[in-house]
Design a protein around this ligand. Sequence first.
Ligand code: C2E
Ligand code: MG
Ligand code: MG
Length: 685
Amino acid sequence: MSKGNTANKKIYKRLKRTGIPGTIFSFIFYTLLALLIMFLTVWQFTKYIFVTKMEHEYKDLQLLAKTGVTAFENGTAEGFDELISLDYLITDRSGNVTAASGEDTRAGVKERVKFDIDSEFIDIYMDKDNIYYYIDHDGTLAFDFPALLLSGRRALYYPAPEQTAAMQDISDKEVKLSKSIIYYPVWMSVDMGDTEQSLVAKTFFSLNLREFYLLIEIAAVIAVLIMFLLLSMFIKSIKNIIRQKRTINYFYTDTVTGGGNWIRYLIKGDALLKSSWNRKKNFAVVNLVFVNYRNYCICHSIEMGEEMLKQISGIITSSLSKKDEMCAHSSSSSFALILRYVNDEELDARLKGLINRLEQTGTGHKFTFQAGVSMIQKSTDRNGYPVKRKDIDLESEYNNACTARETLADSGESGIAYFDEKIVSEQKWFEQVQERQKKALENEEFLVYYQPKYDPRTNTLKGAEALIRWQSPDLGFISPGKFIPIFEKNGFIVEIDHYMIRHVAADQKRWLDAGFKCVPVSVNVSRAHFIESDLAEQIRNMIDDAGCPHELIEIELTESAFFDDKKAMINTINKLKGYGFHVSMDDFGSGYSSLNSLKDMPLDVLKLDAEFFRGDFTGDRGEIVVSEAIKLAKSLNMKTVAEGVEVKEQVDFLAKEGCDMIQGFYFSKPVPSSDYEKKMGRPEQ
Ligand code: C2E
Ligand code: MG
Ligand code: MG
């Protein structure tokens, strides 16, 4: 993934992290904190009440323990039972019961409590039969108010403090709290002085109704406050979540189409392809381009162009499965898609159908859509089981789709191109050439070959065309068809053409000085040069620098170059002619009709394209066209050169029709300068 997109992904992740989950997390955190505060407050308060209330009981027990000391010193409890109306136990140091009255209903867990009147901690046990309070695992004391209020099952009710034995179930009896005091049995242990024994007695923690209500009221007030706090926090969190959702949506939305944007495509698309749910599916990453977008904007307006993009986005989106397909507006006229497919035919038919539908949107206009496709098949392990696509990189897949689509760019027609091995090797070749071009020029790896042009009537040399060859130390001998189109694309062609002009001018000058019978040599000049207004001057200067006479150089312009700025072209041709150079139209008849160009351009030579002489040339129609083209050139005062002539019949025919020169394998292939020298010859030889 590119740096920019990785950064976008990071921003998105941060936004997401600090967004909805962050809000939910803080809500949960504050809720727990509020509940904790509530419980701590209630617990502290209850504990305070408990300690205050039980102090009295504790004092009584201490007194009893003191009086009981004598009674137990000699191991008898005589007289003690009359003093105490509670259930009690006498325990020794190690906790063994040495005497008892009533049932020992202590629960096993004990709590240490300190009363203000004494600095000692004393042991407090809950009662086994009652669960009004309990001591939890941490050893903290807590009260079970809900149990008291709600579970009648174990709640104990004492109609009056004196009737301690009369325990009844609340559920069994109608309780009138207003007249009652609620008791909780609590076992307390008090030291019995030097006897090293303890008095453990069942005392009662009591609450009268006022106290009880006060407790409830305080708990209720705290609960209401907490509830209010939580509610307002909840509302705030919901609002936050909605806002965050909007922000994320905004982050994902394309401002032109209102659909998904490039970031959404990369993030969601990546997850879609890598998901283990989708491991059994085949996916196609598609770059779909609305070719006419710029023109449409120029003809109408940018707003209308964008409206059209919106409509297109709508049509594409409506054709997708919401579950596992997606579309995004990736750049001005491009859409990025992820489609699920079953097999190649189904995908092709689907894309054709989509393009067809999209073409209909151009009511009145001919709309063109081009799609490049990179296919991602399900990946399997060694045993053939589908596995997650862990290493897939959506951005580079999309790049491949774009590369495939670019192969259609020149056609100007709707179409679909699939990324395959051929494109990969073309890409590689493109890179290899591009990497080496500069060094190759510096090292003079480019060679000038000459292909002679002969007069078909006299078989004499009348001219030649300079054609480039590349003798690369690592790529080998390369013909121009393999690198000139690349140089035309990357602009290096300008330097190549200058290189050729300089070398041809230098060769001509050298041959002239050496006494060869020099004939004009034509040099190809690419259309890329015509953006330079001083092209004619540049060419003249290069040729003058070599000291070559102007009439020995001819400039070849390809037919396609004539579609650029016509006015500038005519201007340059006139200047070149003014400096004494010949100017020719190369490849006349290939591709585009350039009769119109012939009308406007003051050219000297018409080069008939090799295609005229391919296939069934001997048929009447082919001959008629060539014969008429020669006549046309003559009436425009132009010379004709027939390119690509390979057979004698064609040479004879062209001689008969008055074609001035023939450049073809029949006479000679393009040859190195040393061979060409021999073809020129010297008059004195
Ligand atoms: P072009 O300028 O139309 O050159 C004629 C091409 O036809 C040459 O191909 C030549 O070898 C080929 N040819 C000539 N006679 C025959 C024939 O009888 N049979 C067949 N089969 N082919 C024949 P080449 O040298 O491969 O050049 C291809 C194209 O590359 C040229 O077409 C030209 O457009 C471009 N090119 C070559 N050198 C240069 C250059 O220095 N600058 C620029 N801008 N383009 C160049
Ligand atoms: Mg040419
Ligand atoms: Mg040509």
